[in-house]
Design a protein around this ligand. Structure first.
Ligand code: HEM
Length: 484
């Protein structure tokens, strides 16, 4: 089916009449709708005009959406944010049916006034509506970063992981900065071919600032200006217009990134670095909190690696526990809990429910990765759930939904996984990560709290990072340069 692209190049969310509650029987999404009195998917009771706007949770909303789905006994639910139709997809089954099998109509993006017009992210293909322009950008990206072409990324990942190992020796307390450096610098090296020496590099600083704006402005419903676009004309100095001031500083950062003269396909990748950082910090958190798991991974590394050598990508197939650990890091906290919402470009029907054209359709990654039928005791951190008789168990579903859905699935997935794998393997082969101790010498385990945002990062926490042995320390010191 042909997607509907409006003259502005932007597919518009549909405003609908929610004043005729209950039952939404006279819901008229478009002039030619063939709704024929089919009900919308179930959802919390809507108020006239405002819909569910006062019930919509603003933090950890994916958990509430999962709970509503269970209570309403439906794997999709419907919400109305003051006229914007939102469908939350809570199960793998519904996600496959809608995002994969009907991908021709479930692959667009919403137009966010805050994100696209005010914060300056309209040139990023990850946020473009479905259509020729997006297809061309995505095609170029996938051609260059084809999964079979490991040489475009793995040598950089190895090089920057080893740089980070050295930084961890000098200032282990700054591990979050070092991991941010590792993800940011290797991503910029892979995409722009520029070398980043340390955390203060101006390229990294510009990218970081733009990302703060992206994370904050991209959460749907976070800013009222998205529901009432006319507000964008409110001057920044007016009371309540804080969004304007924020937007203008983020826009400056986003524009700086755009103005740096590199290909548009490469620019899109910088966003990928923030998700990678979030997974790396999740790894550090899990290792601090679950020492037995750390020991098992290290025992496997000690069995497989030649003494005095660091892991390389060639070792991957001999390290199943490590691969299971990486899968569990991706699954456990679902760092992109609602992925990036899609937009449906035609009226549709699922399980007898009507899905209006223009609805925002968000896959609840968190709910899927915490489905107790697929991942029993889903809140526990347990890499062994992916193993059977010491090998990866093909029966257990891969946590790929962490990378999104259908035609929009993350095209950098293979890069992210390999970057995470080499980081985890390298750090565990030479370092021991333990909790900080209080005055009496008792370990203080981190709170395991996460900061709610579009990309979930663990709240800053402390841990001790020490070389596992004198040999490990010597090995780290000896890492001068790594041949590419
Ligand atoms: C752990 C790391 C990562 C996670 C969890 C992640 C997750 C995601 C998710 C959930 C989406 C949205 C998919 C959808 O709309 O259904 C996405 C899109 C995207 N990701 Fe990633 N990503 C990661 C790393 C990367 C890396 C390293 C790159 C680049 C090298 C990258 C490049 C992109 C691009 C370009 C898109 C936009 C795709 C489109 O809209 O067509 N990501 N990612």
């Amino acid at each position: 089916m042909t997607p509907v692209i409006y003259p502005t190049g932007v597919s518009q969310p549909v405003a609908f009449n929610s004043s005729e509650v209950p039952g939404y029987d006279s819901f008229e999404p478009t002039r030619n709708s063939r709704r024929a009195r089919r009900p919308l998917p179930p959802g919390p009771k809507k108020l006239p005009l405002f819909g569910n706007i006062f019930q919509l949770p603003t933090t950890f909303e994916w958990e509430t959406y999962a709970k509503w789905g269970e209570e309403l006994k439906s794997d999709i639910i419907h919400l109305d944010a003051a006229g914007t139709s939102i469908v939350i997809v809570n199960s793998h089954k519904a996600a496959t049916e809608l995002f994969d099998k009907r991908s021709a109509i479930y692959s667009s993006r919403i137009h966010s006034t805050m994100l696209h017009e005010l914060a300056g992210w309209n040139t990023l293909f990850g946020f473009m509506p479905y259509g020729e322009r997006w297809k061309e950008h995505r095609r170029l990206f996938q051609k260059h970063f084809h999964p079979s072409n490991t040489l475009v990324h793995q040598p950089f990942e190895l090089e920057y992981t080893r740089k980070a190992l050295k930084k961890l020796l000098v200032s282990p307390e700054k591990f979050m900065d070092h991991l941010r450096f590792l993800a940011g610098a290797s991503t910029l090296a892979i995409t722009y071919g520029i070398e980043i020496k340390d955390e203060d590099d101006p390229y990294l600083a510009v990218a970081e600032k733009a990302l703060v704006g992206l994370a904050a402005s991209a959460a749907p419903g976070m800013f009222l200006v998205d529901s009432i676009p006319i507000l964008k004309y409110v001057p920044a100095w007016m009371p309540g217009a804080g969004f304007q001031i924020k937007a203008s500083s983020w826009r400056a950062a986003a524009t700086d990134m755009v103005n740096i003269p590199f290909a548009a396909t490469q620019k899109a990748v910088v966003r990928g670095a923030d998700t990678t950082v979030a997974s790396m910090n999740t790894f550090m958190l899990a290792m601090t909190c679950f020492p037995e798991i750390q020991k098992k991974a290290q025992a496997e590394l000690d069995r497989v690696l030649v003494a005095g050598q660091l892991p390389t990508f060639e070792d991957e197939s001999s390290l199943p526990y490590l691969s299971a650990l990486v899968k569990e890091i991706i699954r456990w906290r679902a760092i992109t809990p609602l992925a990036v919402p899609h937009q449906v470009t035609q009226d549709d029907e699922y399980n007898g429910y009507f899905i209006p054209k223009g609805s925002i359709v968000a896959g609840n990654v968190w709910a899927m990765l915490h489905d107790e039928n697929e991942y029993p005791e889903s809140l526990a951190f347990n890499p062994e759930r992916f193993l059977k008789n010491g090998s990866l168990d093909p029966e257990v579903r891969d946590p790929t939904v962490a990378f999104g859905f259908g035609r929009r699935i993350c095209p950098g997935k293979h890069i992210a996984i390999s970057m995470l794998w080499i980081t985890v393997a390298s750090i565990l082969s030479v370092y021991e990560i333990t909790p900080e101790e209080d005055e009496t010498g008792n370990p203080v385990s981190p709170s395991q709290e996460y900061i709610p945002s579009m990309i979930l990062h663990p709240a800053p926490f402390k841990c001790k990072i020490k070389p596992r042995s004198r040999e490990a320390e010597r090995l780290i010191i000896s890492l001068d340069s790594v041949a590419r």
